[in-house]
Design a protein around this ligand. Structure first.
Ligand code: IVH
Length: 692
C-alpha cells in the first residue's frame, strides 16, 4: 500500500501531540488533555501504524506498550560488567575522610598535594539497570544480575516514560547507559490507594515496587506502575569520545535526553564531601524519592583508571550511607487514643525497632479509614518509616507474613488469625457512645463533659469568662486539680474546699478563699451561658444564645429533636445533630443533674429586654480569608454588636459573605449559591447604614 503525504503528516503530528501530553503528564505532573481524548489520539496512531507498518519508528509512543507477556526472560551478558560499590557505614564525617585518605594513599599523593576532586551524587534506592542504545535507538535493557549476566527486561523498561526511546542529538553507534529505576514516594502512595480500591495488594515500599515491577513477565504490569529512571554512568561504548570527567559524563548523558538528578556537585577534599552528606541528609525527607546514602566518585576518568578495581568494586567510588528510614517489625496491639477534643485515634503498639535513628514502639494509624485502607491487624509484620523528624508511620503491611489459622469449616483453607481493625462503639476512656463526623473519617467521643481525655478542655471552657466565669481558674490550676485527682468533671468544682485548694502549689489561703468565692458565685448563671458552658460540639456563644431564646427552658432544649432544632434560623443539620448526640449520652445528662444538685441554676426566661437591636438584625454573615484591617474576631464583634450573626459555614440562609485575601472554599460555595459577597470596605458601609 502506498503512503500518502497526508497519512505521513498525520502520523508525525499524532506522535508530536502525544509527546507533548506525555511530557506534561510525566515531567510537569499536569494533565493537558482528557483521558478519552488521549486514548483517541493513541488509537488512531496505532491503527495507522498497523495499516502501514513501514511507518513504525522505534521511538513511536506505541512502542512503549502492548508487548505480550513473556514465558521467561532471556539473559544478557555484559562486555563491561555492572559494578557494585563499596559502602561506608560510618554515617559521620569520618566516613568521607576514610574514603578520601584511601584514594590519596592509592594515588600516592603526599600531604602537600592539592585536594582530590570528586563528584557527589545521590545513592538512589531502586534497581540498577543497563540500557543499550544503538545509533541512539533504545534496543535492549537489562537488570544487573550477577554483574556479568543480567535479565533482558526491555519490554518493561520501554514502558518508563523517563527513558527515551531515541537519544537526542548525534549519538554513537553504541552507548550503554547505567542507572537506577526508582519510584517517587507520593506516586507510590497514589498508586497503592488506587490498587487497594481495586482490591489488589499494595506495594511494600518504593524499592520493592521498582524491583518487583521490572521483574514481571507481563509488561502491562510495569506500564501500570509509576516507575522512573535516573542515569549515573556508562558501560560499553563504541564510537564515542569519552568525556574527561564524571561530571562531564553526566552532562553528556543529560544532553542525550536522559534524566540525570540535579542533586550532584563537584567537590574538593573530604570536608566538602562530608558537608554534602550532611546537607542531603537534612533534605532527605523533602527529596521525593528514597535514597539510602550519597555516592562519591573521583571526578577525573584518568584518575579513575589509575585507581582501578578491587574485585567488583571500583576504588574510585564509595557509597556513604544514612541510617535506615524503614524497618520491619510486628504489631503487638492496636490501642485507641482519645484526643483532647474527643477524637478517637488508633495507634499501633509495635515490637520496638530502631529506625531513623531512634527506637520506635508506637505508630499512629491516624483514623479508622486509614487503618482500614492499610489493613493493619494485630500480629502483622509491617514496614515502619521514620524520616527526619516526621512522626513514625506504618507504610505497609507485609501481607505474606500475616498470621493465619485454618478456616472453621474448611481445614484446607487458611484465614487471617485476626479480623480487620474496627474502632469501638464506645469511648475507651469514659464509655460514652461515639459519633462519626465528616463522612465517617473522624470518630469522636460524645461524653465531652465527663471524658477524662477531654477533662482539661471541658473544665477550662466551663470556667471561661464567657461561660460560668470562674475567675482565677486557669490552665495551671486545672492541670493540678486533675493531676491531684481532685476534679474530674465540672460538677466536682463545686465540692472543692479551701484546705484542698490551699494545699496546691503556689496557692495561699487567701487565693484559695477567693477561688472558692468565684466558684460559689458561678452557681448563679443564665441559660445561654450555661448552654455554652457545656461545650456541646459546634455550639458557640451565639448559637447558645439562640437556643436559650428559642426554647426558653433547659428541659425544652434537652428534649428537642433534630427537626425542632433545625427550625431555628441559624441552626443547620450539623449543629442539630451535635446537640441531639450530646443529650443522647446519659453520662452528660447525669453530669448536668450533678451540676444542678450542686446548686447551679440559671434564669430561664430572659425576657424581651435582651432582644437584639441594630442595623444588622436578622442578617447572617460568613467570614472567609484575611481582611486587610480587621481580625476575624474583630469583624465578628462589630457584626454582632450591630445585631448580626456570624456563622462558620455558608448555606442558603447566609445573607452576606465577607471575603478577604486568600479566601477559601467558602467563597466558591457562596458564589454557587448566589450569595452577596462583600469586602471589608463594603462591610464598613453596611455597618454605617449606607446603601451598598
Ligand atoms: S555507580 C561505581 N551511582 O548502588 C560503581 N551506583 O552497588 C557503579 N546506585 O545497585 C555504580 N545510586 O544501582 C552508582 N549515583 C549512583 C548510584 C548507584 C544508586 C546503586 C547501583 C547499585 C549499587 C552499587
Amino acid at each position: 500500500m502506498s503512503i500518502s503525504a497526508g497519512t505521513l503528516n498525520r502520523v508525525q503530528w499524532l506522535r508530536h501531540e502525544i509527546g507533548i501530553h506525555d511530557r506534561a503528564y510525566f515531567e510537569l505532573d499536569a494533565s493537558t488533555i482528557s483521558d478519552s481524548a488521549y486514548d483517541a489520539l493513541f488509537r488512531e496512531l496505532r491503527e495507522l501504524e498497523a495499516a502501514h507498518p513501514e511507518l513504525i519508528t522505534p521511538d513511536s509512543p506505541t512502542q512503549r506498550v502492548g508487548g505480550k507477556p513473556l514465558a521467561q526472560f532471556a539473559s544478557v551478558t555484559y562486555a563491561v560488567p555492572m559494578l557494585s560499590i563499596q559502602t561506608e557505614t560510618d554515617t559521620g564525617a569520618s566516613g568521607a575522610e576514610h574514603f578520601d585518605s584511601r584514594v590519596r594513599r592509592e594515588l600516592e599523593l603526599n600531604f602537600a598535594a592539592t585536594e582530590v576532586e570528586y563528584v557527589a551524587e545521590l545513592k538512589f534506592d531502586g534497581l540498577a539497570v543497563s540500557l543499550r542504545f544503538e545509533r541512539g535507538i533504545f534496543t535492549q535493557g537489562a537488570t544487573r544480575g550477577d554483574g556479568t549476566t543480567g535479565e533482558d527486561v526491555t519490554q518493561n523498561l520501554k514502558t518508563i516514560r523517563d527513558i527515551p526511546l531515541l537519544l537526542m542529538g548525534e549519538s554513537p553507534p553504541l552507548l550503554e547507559v547505567r542507572g537506577e529505576v526508582y519510584m517517587c514516594r507520593d506516586e507510590l502512595a497514589r498508586y497503592n490507594k488506587e490498587a487497594q480500591a481495586r482490591g489488589e495488594k499494595p506495594l511494600v515500599n518504593p524499592r520493592n515496587g521498582a524491583a518487583g515491577s521490572i521483574r514481571q513477565l507481563d509488561p502491562n504490569i510495569a506500564a501500570s506502575r509509576p516507575l522512573r529512571f535516573f542515569a549515573y554512568g556508562i558501560g560499553a561504548v563504541d564510537g564515542w569520545a569519552l568525556p574527561a570527567t564524571q561530571k562531564e559524563l553526566l552532562d553528556a548523558l543529560a544532553a542525550f535526553g536522559l534524566p540525570v538528578s540535579k542533586h550532584c556537585a563537584v567537590l574538593r577534599g573530604w570536608r566538602e564531601l562530608a558537608d554534602f552528606h550532611d546537607r542531603i541528609g537534612e533534605q532527605r525527607a523533602q527529596i521525593p524519592f528514597d535514597i539510602d546514602g550519597v555516592v562519591y566518585k573521583v571526578n577525573s576518568i584518568a584518575l579513575q583508571n589509575r585507581l582501578g578495581f578491587r574485585s567488583r568494586e571500583p576504588r574510585w567510588a564509595v557509597a556513604h550511607k544514612y541510617p535506615a528510614e524503614e524497618a520491619r517489625t510486628t504489631v503487638l496491639a492496636i490501642d485507641i487514643q482519645v484526643g483532647r477534643t474527643g477524637a478517637l485515634t488508633p495507634v499501633a503498639k509495635l515490637q520496638p525497632v530502631f529506625v531513623g535513628g531512634v527506637t520506635v514502639s508506637n505508630a499512629t494509624l491516624h483514623n479508622e479509614e486509614e487503618a482500614r485502607r492499610k489493613d493493619v491487624r494485630v500480629g502483622d509484620t509491617v514496614v515502619v518509616r521514620r524520616a527526619g523528624d516526621v512522626i513514625p508511620e506504618i507504610v505497609a503491611v507485609v501481607i505474606e507474613a500475616r498470621p493465619t489459622q485454618a478456616a472453621e469449616n474448611d481445614l484446607f483453607n487458611c484465614v487471617p488469625l485476626y479480623p480487620p481493625f474496627e474502632l469501638p462503639g464506645t469511648c475507651p476512656q469514659c464509655g460514652s457512645h461515639v459519633v462519626r463526623e465528616e463522612g465517617g473519617a473522624i470518630v469522636r467521643c460524645s461524653g465531652g463533659l465527663v471524658c477524662p481525655a477531654q477533662a482539661r478542655g471541658a473544665l477550662l471552657h466551663f470556667a471561661n469568662r464567657r461561660t460560668m466565669d470562674i475567675e482565677g481558674l486557669g490552665d495551671k490550676l486545672v492541670d493540678q486539680l486533675i493531676a491531684g485527682g481532685h476534679v474530674k468533671t465540672p460538677a466536682d468544682l463545686y465540692a472543692l474546699t479551701v484546705p484542698v485548694l490551699a494545699s496546691l502549689d503556689r496557692m495561699g489561703e487567701k487565693s484559695a478563699e477567693n477561688l472558692i468565692h468565684a466558684i460559689e458565685k458561678s452557681r448563679r448563671s443564665n441559660l445561654a451561658r450555661f448552654i455554652f458552658a457545656l461545650g456541646i460540639r459546634n455550639v458557640g456563644e451565639s448559637t447558645a444564645r439562640d437556643l436559650a431564646r428559642h426554647f426558653g427552658s433547659f428541659s425544652a432544649l434537652q428534649n428537642a429533636d433534630v427537626g425542632a432544632l433545625e427550625n431555628i434560623p441559624d441552626v443547620g443539620p450539623v449543629i442539630a445533630e451535635s446537640i441531639v448526640d450530646f443529650f443522647a449520652e446519659m453520662h452528660n445528662r447525669e453530669e448536668i443533674a450533678r451540676l444542678t444538685d450542686a446548686g447551679v441554676h440559671w434564669e430561664e426566661h430572659e425576657g424581651t429586654a435582651n432582644a437584639p437591636t441594630g442595623l444588622l438584625v436578622g442578617k447572617l454573615f460568613v467570614l472567609t480569608g484575611t481582611l486587610p484591617g480587621l481580625t476575624r474576631e474583630g469583624a465578628k464583634e462589630l457584626i454582632e454588636a450591630a445585631g448580626g450573626k456570624v456563622s462558620s459555614s455558608v448555606s442558603k440562609k447566609t445573607s452576606y459573605v465577607i471575603a478577604g485575601e486568600e479566601a477559601g472554599s467558602k467563597l466558591g460555595h457562596a458564589q454557587e449559591l448566589g450569595i452577596t459577597i462583600l469586602d471589608e470596605a463594603k462591610l464598613f458601609q453596611l455597618l454605617r447604614g449606607e446603601c451598598l
